[in-house]
Design a protein around this ligand. Sequence first.
Ligand code: GLU
Ligand code: ZN
Length: 309
Amino acid sequence: MEPSPRPVGRFAPSTTGEAHPGTLVAALLAWLDARAAGGRVVLRLENLDHTRCRPAWATQMIDDLAWLGLDWDAIVDQEARRADHEAALDVLAAADRLYRCTCSRRDRSGGRRAPDGGWAYANTCRGRTLPAAGWRTATEPLRVRLDDGPIALVDEGGLELTQDPALEMGDPIVVRRDGVLAYQLVVVVDDDAAGVTRVVRGRDIAPSTATQVAMQQLLGLPTPVYRHHLLLVAPRGGKLAKLHGSAPASELRARYRGDELCGLLAGAVGLTEDAAPLRPADLVRDFSWSRVITRDVVTTWAGSLTFDS
Ligand code: GLU
Ligand code: ZN
């Protein structure tokens, strides 16, 4: 029997602000998933959206993750991967999959609710062509025409993700009006280029997975194993929202040592009983997804972190 290849995982934060506890939990889980299987793990800084990303946040992200005790086999700067992203767009253009979307924001709202809570795009502009001089000269957003029909998909944790992405989400934007190359395209190109075999990420991204699998099929790329995990959520007027800027890493670092915060996070997701200080490496031997709780964890920060699960 062929030895099975070493798994490759990744953590792919957008560098749009400081890490928060949810970022750190996602990093820890992706890292443990790979390390517990003797695998490699890559940190990819998702920084293409120059309207929201700053180099200082990328630098700080690297430092905060190291402070927590995480190490990486490679650190990928997404901006440096432009040539590969353009090559994928060339493939899609040659296959006649790209089209200009001339819809206004108003045209795009209403209609069908998408599984991610936004509006599904009704593929209104399908049939429009690219500029004669090629996709690089477009001044409108470009979308990719997906195949119609369902993508059958259940993630490794049993989360049912079967979806007809062309209908339920709509054809995704791959080049924004301002020229920024969009997430749904670059994520699959970059995962493939890094040899990623296991994508471990928060449940908030699960509604995009079928779109990404459809994109892999168009580009002839293999589909990795997917697993979507719990989120840390903030209570807000009785409703739970993804925990965002409320507990920035700079404040967490002023309050805790790295091993203290790592212990708290490990306790919050079910990996330890006592939440005692430890390093990520101490969790590798006994790591198992069966020990990670699946429900979201309400998190509050008022000078100290508390978790209510
Ligand atoms: N960069 C995306 C985010 O931070 C995640 C990408 C992914 O894990 O696929 O939400
Ligand atoms: Zn349109």
